[in-house]
Design a protein around this ligand. Structure first.
Ligand code: SAM
Length: 166
């Protein structure tokens, strides 16, 4: 465990590590051309055509947290930005495949998977997470809920469930 330090004592930690595992290192999905390109930091150094096309991200990604007033904000405390999950899903899966998140929280993985034409299975043992996901996916009728009834959302009493799949 590390102690949080004041910014005048140490560089404030501002990054997350994303661990990337593959089952078979010689055969895995990596659709690098499917992901969005990003602006060059010094576009004047690369020529107009390259600058207009942008560059592929490296293994260091810059991304804002979910802005407080954005439409994306669900209120779930550990919600991750859709932009990060879109990039991961585009690069590491193909349309129609199933994406699974065992620690789904607000369901960002499922939302990104849905937008990108993937199926998804989301799991969480926190009743608040299921509630947030029920609200977030309210317009999507193809979802099968197991162990949770999203129609009880407005009833006041809620039980924790286990997963949602589409
Ligand atoms: C960091 S949050 C995930 C946030 C998510 N990526 C999002 O964008 O909202 C981790 C989630 O894992 C759930 N969790 C932790 N342990 C779990 C377990 N043993 N079984 C199921 N869910 C679990 C927590 O309830 C929490 O919602």
């Amino acid at each position: 465990m590390t102690m949080a330090r004041a910014p005048d004592e140490k560089w404030p930690p501002k990054h997350d590590n994303i661990l990337w595992y593959v089952k078979d290192p010689s055969h895995y999905t990596y659709n690098i051309d499917a992901i969005e390109r990003i602006p060059y930091m010094a576009p004047n150094l690369v020529g107009a055509e390259k600058a207009a096309r942008g560059k592929l991200p490296t293994d260091t990604w810059w991304h804002t947290i979910v802005p407080t007033n954005s439409h994306e904000k669900t209120g779930y405390p550990t919600q991750k930005p859709l932009g990060i999950l879109r990039r991961i899903i585009l690069a590491s899966s193909n349309p129609g495949e199933v994406v699974m998140d065992f620690f789904a929280g607000s369901g960002t993985t499922g939302m990104a998977a849905w937008e990108l034409g993937r199926q998804f299975i989301l799991i969480d043992d926190n009743p608040q997470a299921l509630e947030v996901m029920a609200r977030r996916f309210a317009g999507i009728s193809q979802i099968e809920w197991i162990g949770y009834d999203p129609s009880r959302l407005s009833a006041g009493s809620r039980e924790g469930g286990s997963h949602a799949a589409a």
